[in-house]
Design a protein around this ligand. Sequence first.
Ligand SMILES: [Mg+2]
Length: 108
Amino acid sequence: MKYKSIALPRLNNLQPTIESTALKLMEETGELAQAIGKYRGMSGEDKVYEEAEVMEKISAELLDVAQTAVSLMFVLEEEHKMDIGEALEKHVQKLIDKGYLSYPRKTE
Ligand SMILES: [Mg+2]
């Protein structure tokens, strides 16, 4: 099974809330959508960026989304006493239950 592990910092110059972070997450997902769609001319734009430039922009905006999601996880843990580790276990089980993920068979 392949994993993509990233470590993103807890931002220490902000006082985020669920609401402010959720709004930021929507802003960043909008910027990601803009990079994927608008910059590639998918809505009829005249100006289409070079493929490498678009992929760099998509990667940057995707990390903005991930950073904001991680910031919201910190808010849930620190301000609302949620256990993100426990939520992660439930998340993985959900992926298995939906058939999106299967563990390799044991070789005994
Ligand atoms: Mg952004």
